[in-house]
Design a protein around this ligand. Structure first.
Ligand code: B12
Length: 208
């Protein structure tokens, strides 16, 4: 089995120590950090998602996989960031109110760091006013809202409305993303763009 397949399997098994060890091994073999992320960690998490949906994997196991993912991404962070040293802009990202999913958000943050943005990650379960406060504090050029639940999609709209009410809307571009989000929904709630994965998000941000 190749090292990236082993990373994916260790992630699926929720074995954080093994994931960290294998990511280090892959880096020492000069495998590109983006490939380790996409073909190792994300590939493993995709299988977790599919099995969770089918009911052959359960929440406690998914939590172990999520922890392994987090540690694996942390291990990759310096290598992903090394490519770009000059800041090309400031990016603020957070998961919206009522939603604690952060794996995808963290990946987007890492990708933006790697692309040379200064990144402020305000974590999960952020009320609209938390985003407004963070925009006032960090003065980002781009704001990313993440949601993984259909029940928390309306919180994206409330967040954008709060940014408008605070008079900050013309100072930032707002990107939305997460598994249930699509371009139509982004249009409907007045976002500036939607991207389906971290790489596309980065490309879109640079274009904006
Ligand atoms: C891991 C996971 C969890 C973990 C989260 C741990 C963590 N720290 O994040 C735990 C166990 C805590 C969890 C809890 C729950 N979960 Co959950 N979870 C998942 C799972 C299996 C994987 C999500 C994931 O990390 N994917 C991998 C990442 C890399 O992908 P991603 O998040 O989609 O992100 C990518 C893109 O979407 C995009 N992106 C993401 N954010 C952003 C932001 C911007 C700005 C942009 C541009 C792009 C972008 O780029 C990312 C990287 O490429 C999904 C299944 C799935 N297929 O998505 C269910 C899933 C999201 N969960 C689900 C549910 C129902 C729940 C619970 C309600 C379960 C329960 N009964 O308690 C709770 C809700 C808790 C809460 N209030 O938020 C459902 C949601 C259904 C729906 N449509 O609403 C899903 C789809 C599973 C299912 N099929 O039923 N979950």
């Amino acid at each position: 089995m190749k090292v990236l397949e082993k990373v994916a399997k260790a992630l699926y098994d929720g074995d954080a120590d093994e994931v960290v060890e294998l990511v280090q091994k892959a880096l020492s073999e000069d495998i590109d950090a983006t490939a380790i992320l996409n073909d190792g960690l994300v590939a493993g998490m995709n299988v977790v998602g599919a099995d969770f949906k089918e009911g052959t994997m359960f929440l406690p196991e998914v939590i172990c996989c999520a922890e392994a993912m987090k540690l694996g991404v942390n291990e990759l962070r310096p290598a992903l960031a090394a490519a770009n040293k000059e800041s090309v802009g400031t990016f603020l990202i957070g998961t919206v109110e009522g939603d604690v999913h952060d794996i995808g958000k963290n990946l987007v943050a890492v990708m933006f760091e790697g692309a040379g943005f200064t990144v402020h990650d305000i974590g999960v379960d952020n009320k609209p006013e938390d985003f407004v406060k963070a925009i006032e504090t960090f003065k980002p050029t781009i704001v990313g809202l993440s949601a993984l639940l259909s029940t928390t999609m309306p919180a994206m709209q409330r967040t954008i409305e709060a940014v408008v009410e605070a008079g900050l809307r013309d100072q930032v571009k707002i990107l939305v993303g997460g598994a249930p989000i699509n371009a139509d929904f982004a249009d409907k709630i007045g976002a500036d763009g939607y991207a389906g994965d971290a790489v596309a998000a980065c490309d879109l941000a640079k274009a904006l």
